[in-house]
Design a protein around this ligand. Structure first.
Ligand SMILES: [Cu+2]
Length: 495
């Protein structure tokens, strides 16, 4: 039995997850407003429990779920499931202290790097380990596997290499294969991938908002995939002190509890125990789409890496529109043949890296081949088809279209500018895209946004409307000293 007063009540929030940066070599992470990051000398985790308002929670739908969480007491980090993203450089020493505030044994485990062993209720374990392997790793509680991990005790550890291979550009890896090295060497150096290298930023002021730098270096995103069953998690959390839930029974209930006509809910305790919530970094739907660590956003010519970690028990297939991506690493193995695809399957506990070139979306007509910075075709109105200025200058509906009245009686202009270029990302394992058996758009969704094209002569920025500017701030602008900025004036010229 958990004591209620230990529980945190977590409310959904866009961009809740934050980053703890170890060591001193990653100063660029802290300096860049791209990363909601705080520097720490050591990790101080408490293992506790929480009830989280899921994104569909409201007055009539009691969509709350019980979790076990790794909580850092760093004041910058708000409690959340998953735990904080930890970033370090290869070779860094990571000092860690983990206190178990629950009433059965728990652990902190990073495969190949650290194993706390069982931490008894009320105990604190301290230790240190070396960030010895570059790439994306999962940390989790490996006791009573998979129960403790799936209950919420997991997070991501991203280790950057301390140097590029001699004579080459940086990759996210220690010993990249020649083909993966070639992709990263080609970024910014070739006619097929003009623009920036992955390691290269652009600190000149952004034309759309001079308070923000153009582009951070080492553009990295993390997608921790997870599924949550409110009925099963509550049951596990309600066991008498010290009693463990049978792992086989947990998996059976989680994966194949018999169908019930109505989902489990506060008013329907007979619903089944399969997951009702599907999350990326703890968020779904709008909130995963607008999370700073989830949605890649940048210009054509600014390649990024996306680290995907499946902490749950269901299989997902993350499908990106607009660009194919190279699958550059699978479960720590840098790929000899980094296939170029638009969807790839991520099994439970898989770790998959997408390297996204951020090339011109190939659905623009082009004389020579996809993504090439060719002279554009011309529309009947005489504009270039790309960058698509005719679309950018449109508002749907037109500016001045009043359709709503606020409670004070004033009208709302609901125009929406048709830029920047936004494409979806979603899970192709389609049953897992819904929430509570419902809406397709409330599951594992995100996107990819093109805010400009640095390969068009004059380095074109796509005009931002207010809500996209907000998204950009959420994704790019939430450093430690984050302050909200006003939206750009309507009709700001692109150039
Ligand atoms: Cu699709």
């Amino acid at each position: 039995m958990k004591t209620v007063n230990r529980r945190e009540f977590l409310k959904y929030a866009a961009g809740g997850i934050a980053t703890l940066v170890i060591g001193s070599k990653l100063g660029w992470v802290l300096k860049s407003p791209a990363y909601a990051a705080a520097q720490v000398q050591s990790l101080d985790f408490h293992i506790g429990d929480a009830i989280k308002h899921m994104h569909t929670h409201n007055a009539t739908n009691d969509a709350r779920c019980y979790f076990w969480i790794y909580r850092s007491f760093n004041p910058f980090y708000l409690p959340e499931c998953p735990g904080p993203i930890i970033m370090a450089t290869k070779g860094d020493t990571i000092n860690i202290s983990v206190t178990n505030d629950l009433d059965e044994p728990h652990a902190f485990y990073v495969p190949g790097m650290y194993d706390s062993g069982p931490i008894a209720p009320g105990q604190t374990v301290t230790g240190s380990f070396t960030a010895s392997l570059a790439g994306a790793h999962m940390y989790y509680d490996n006791l009573n596997e998979p129960v403790n991990r799936v209950m919420g005790l997991h997070g991501a550890l991203i280790v950057l290499p301390d140097a590029a291979a001699s004579g080459h550009k940086y990759t996210p890896y220690d010993s990249p294969t020649s083909n993966v090295q070639k992709i990263y060497d080609d970024f910014g150096s070739t006619t097929h991938f003009p623009g920036l290298s992955w390691e290269q930023g652009d600190s000149s002021p952004w034309a759309m908002d001079p308070a923000m730098p153009n582009t951070p270096p080492f553009r990295s995103y993390v997608w921790i995939l997870h599924q949550a069953s409110p009925k099963l998690f509550k049951e596990v959390g309600s066991l008498p002190a010290g009693q463990l839930y049978n792992p086989q029974q947990f998996m059976d209930r989680f994966l194949k509890d018999p169908f019930q006509p109505h989902a489990y809910h506060a008013d329907n305790p007979n619903g089944n125990s399969i997951p009702q919530y599907f999350t990326i970094n703890g968020q779904s739907g709008f909130f995963s789409h607008f999370s700073p660590w989830v949605t890649p956003i940048g210009r054509v010519g600014e390649p990024v890496v996306v680290h995907i970690l499946n902490a749950g028990l269901w299989t997902h297939s993350m499908h990106l529109h607009a660009n194919h991506m190279y699958v550059t690493s699978v479960n720590g193995e840098v790929q000899a043949n980094p296939i170029w695809v638009d969807v790839f399957t991520v099994h439970p506990m898989d770790r998959v890296d997408y390297t996204v070139p951020f090339m011109r979306p190939p659905d623009f007509p082009n004389g020579r081949g996809i993504g090439m910075p060719d002279a554009p075709l011309i529309t009947v109105k005489g504009s270039a088809v790309y960058p698509c200025v005719e679309e950018f200058d449109r508002h749907m509906p037109d500016v001045g279209k009043l359709v709503l009245k606020r409670s004070d009686g004033s009208s709302v202009d609901c125009h929406q500018r048709m830029s920047p270029l936004c494409y979806p990302m979603h899970d192709h394992s389609e049953p897992s895209q819904t929430s509570q058996g419902g809406n397709y758009n409330t599951g594992l969704i995100s996107g990819i946004y093109f805010t400009g094209d640095r390969n068009t002569p004059g380095a074109f920025d796509f005009p931002m409307d207010e809500d996209f500017h907000m998204a950009y701030q959420n994704i790019r602008g939430r450093g430690v000293n984050y302050t909200e900025r006003a939206a750009p004036p309507l009709g700001e010229p692109h150039h």
